[in-house]
Design a protein. Structure first.
Length: 280
């Protein structure tokens, strides 16, 4: 008899887990999209940067923190920052100034010295006034005021030197000392300067001064005019926020394209308030 063939018992096949396979594929694709996303890397880099900064600066106030590239502490409350320059800073590479940025802080505007007294013209003014706007910065010109001299003549001298155009910041009068005259005489000449500038440019000039000088000689006298106040190396300007537009909070900033330390400023307001300040 031929041998009887035995049937081979086959093990039952497991059903393919199609559902889990699809979910796994979706998970892998989703993970890859996250890992390849620039937003993911931006978040990771930001987190890593903040962690590294915290280790290097333990206990530092996060609202008044050191910015390594600028080499100064900067109050984080303000979003629009700028510098002011004169011949003291030498020849400036304005494109490098514009391109500098750290953690959202960049230079957006520059106040540039134009004149002083009745005869002084800053030797770097014309070049700075021409090149800074080319790099994309908003600019404003300032006059260093001498209370012993005629305010009217100083205003005319400034206006002969500076051509203020649409989109520029208002002209600035820099008043820092009495120069031996009484506060009343200083304000008399300052009034003459301000009136002439406003009449000729149709813009209210900005008044720059130090905090102490403001408190002793100017506070309460020029409520309708924007103030720019110097008060260095402090986490907060000790003035009512309604009383000022610009704060010069450091005189030791390091800026790419400038070979000397420079003053650093914050604007008190948002981008819409900044735009409203510009000459129309």
């Amino acid at each position: 008899m031929p041998p009887v063939k035995r049937k081979t018992l086959r093990k039952p096949q497991r059903k393919k887990q199609k559902g889990w396979s699809i979910y796994l594929k979706f998970a892998v694709v989703g993970l890859l999209l996250i890992l390849l996303s620039p937003f993911y890397y931006g978040y990771i880099l930001k987190f890593a940067s903040a962690t590294w900064y915290g280790l290097r600066h333990p206990g530092e106030d996060k609202n008044y923190r050191t910015y390594e590239s600028f080499n100064i502490k900067i109050p984080k409350k303000y979003r629009i920052h700028g510098i002011d320059v004169s011949y003291y800073q030498g020849r400036i590479d304005w494109q490098k100034v514009k391109n500098m940025e750290e953690d959202g802080v960049r230079v957006s505007f520059a106040f540039i010295k134009a004149t002083e007294g009745l005869l002084g013209v800053d030797p770097c003014f014309q070049r700075n006034w021409r090149e800074a706007p080319k790099a994309g910065l908003k600019v404003g010109a300032y006059h260093f005021f001498r209370p012993k001299k005629s305010g009217l003549w100083q205003a005319n001298f400034f206006l002969q030197t500076v051509s203020i155009e649409k989109g520029d910041l208002p002209p600035v009068v820099d008043i820092e000392s009495l120069d031996g005259v009484s506060p009343a005489q200083m304000r008399k000449e300052l009034n003459a300067f301000i009136i002439q500038i406003e009449d000729r440019t149709k813009v209210k000039p900005i008044i720059y001064t130090g905090l102490k000088f403001y408190q002793e000689h100017l506070q309460g006298y020029y409520k309708d005019y924007p103030f720019w106040v110097a008060h260095y190396h402090q986490p907060k300007l000790k003035l009512n926020e309604k009383d000022w537009k610009f704060w010069q909070h450091s005189d030791q900033a390091r800026i790419n394209g400038i070979n000397h330390v420079v003053d650093f400023n914050a604007f008190n307001g948002d981008s819409l308030a900044f735009d409203r300040l510009l000459k129309k």
